[in-house]
Design a protein around this ligand. Structure first.
Ligand SMILES: Nc1ncnc2c1ncn2[C@@H]1O[C@H](COP(=O)(O)OP(=O)(O)OP(=O)(O)O)[C@@H](O)[C@H]1O
Ligand SMILES: [Mg+2]
Length: 383
């Protein structure tokens, strides 16, 4: 079927989607190359179909998502890519969508920022299978990334992402709250996560930091805007790409994110877990995105006996060891260690509400957190 790739109200490119596979099967007229998704090369007046298809199918729920297989079976949908056109590819993290050539749809009338959406897909992904034939597939959950169980909700009129944890400790939601309070204390720009308990299971809830005026662009896509020479590190390459695009303040933002990740021992800061925000109308860059997705930290899946704050600890995305990655931080002047006093006690209070984390584990984690702050202070002191 034929569509026009739209960026908010602007037509970008005509394309064809194979309805059997949900993939891009053909490309047509290009209207506004400057509005192509970031990282899609436009060479000699042409867009590469494979690359555009990667971008498009990359908008779908990843195969690794917890509960996906059961949800697709229930919905009788063969693959998550086939869910994309059901919501026109609309998302709550940017302003791209597909307008069917046969329909005169307007972004103003259908976007999820200003219009309600069904929670059916989200609920089914949460394992709440709805009986009856009238399931609505018009949902921003069709275009949400990440492996943890999650759904978009509207709470007090605000779009919020509600995200679960993983067994055995269901610790990720608590870690999100910890990361928020660490960044609050340090004055680091972040998405604020709060905690909610549903049927004894914890979930984190954070407000959408994207608005109808903005796009979140992942570091991954930013890094596709230039070819990385072999001798250039990923860290340097990312900074170079940001500089060339005119995104300001990225070095400072990276310093802050890497320092926070060191403290909380984040293991999963991959290139889709940070990025930058731009204005979707003018394409002007607003700067680094607030820090989000910090749940995969604090030994979230390790037994208490394995919690060793001074050990070699895995990190991403620039180095595989936190002790190495922290060396990339160029400046610690902004980091006021006195602001972190008592953060372990606050974490302990938060963890007390968990049915999955006992007192012993809580004590070990809080001690480890205190130790991580001390270790960072030692590192900062030697600079
Ligand atoms: N507050 C937010 N506002 C807008 N977009 C968001 C927000 N939080 C997350 N997103 C988008 O949703 C995606 C998935 O969210 P998130 O990274 O928190 O999930 P996850 O399951 O923890 O991911 P991972 O697989 O990296 O562990 C993000 O990559 C980002 O594009
Ligand atoms: Mg993520």
């Amino acid at each position: 079927m034929r569509y026009t790739l739209m960026h908010k109200t602007k037509p970008v490119l005509r394309l064809e989607i194979d309805e059997d596979t949900g993939t891009v099967s053909g490309l047509g007229e290009l209207f506004t190359p400057e509005h192509l998704p970031v990282g899609i090369p436009f060479i000699d007046g042409a867009v590469n179909r494979r690359v555009l298809n990667e971008w498009w199918t990359g908008r779908s729920i990843p195969a690794s998502r917890s509960g996906l297989r059961e949800a697709l079976e229930w919905l009788n949908v063969y693959s998550p890519q086939l869910l994309l056109t059901k919501c026109y590819g609309l998302s709550l993290s940017d302003q791209y969508w597909l307008c069917p050539e046969s329909a005169a749809l307007r972004w103003e009338d259908i976007n999820f920022f200003e219009h309600p959406f069904s929670e059916d897909v989200g609920n089914i992904l949460f394992g709440e299978m709805k009986d009856g034939g009238n399931i609505s597939l018009v949902s921003p959950d069709n275009t949400s990334d990440g492996w943890l169980k999650k759904k978009w909700i509207i709470a007090d009129g605000k779009r919020c992402l509600m995200k679960g944890g993983s067994n055995p400790f269901q610790q990720e939601p608590y870690n999100e709250v910890l990361a928020s309070l660490v960044m609050e204390r340090l004055g680091v720009s972040h998405a604020t996560y709060s905690l909610t308990i549903r049927e004894e299971y914890p979930y984190s809830v954070c407000e959408d930091f994207i608005t109808p005026e903005t796009d979140l662009v992942s570091a991954w896509h930013i890094m596709q805007t230039q070819k990385k020479p072999n001798h250039v590190s990923f860290h340097r390459h990312y900074l170079n790409c940001c500089e060339a695009l005119g995104i300001h303040g990225v070095s400072d933002a990276l310093d802050r994110m890497l320092a926070v990740d060191y403290i909380i021992v984040n293991e999963d800061r991959h290139f889709n877990n940070f990025g930058a925000v731009r204005n979707a109308d003018t394409l002007a860059w607003l700067g680094a995105a607030p820090v989000f997705d910090c749940g995969t930290s604090m030994w979230y899946d390790q037994s208490a006996a394995m919690v060793r704050p001074s050990a070699k600890l895995p990190s991403k995305p620039f180095k595989s060891d936190h002790a190495e990655q922290i060396k990339l931080v160029t400046d610690f002047e902004w980091l006021d260690f006195t602001a972190l006093r008592g953060v372990d006690e606050e974490f302990s209070e938060i963890l007390k509400g968990s049915a999955f984390i006992d007192e012993a584990r809580c004590g070990v984690l809080c001690h480890a957190l205190r130790r991580r702050v001390e270790l960072l202070q030692e590192i900062a002191g030697t600079r």
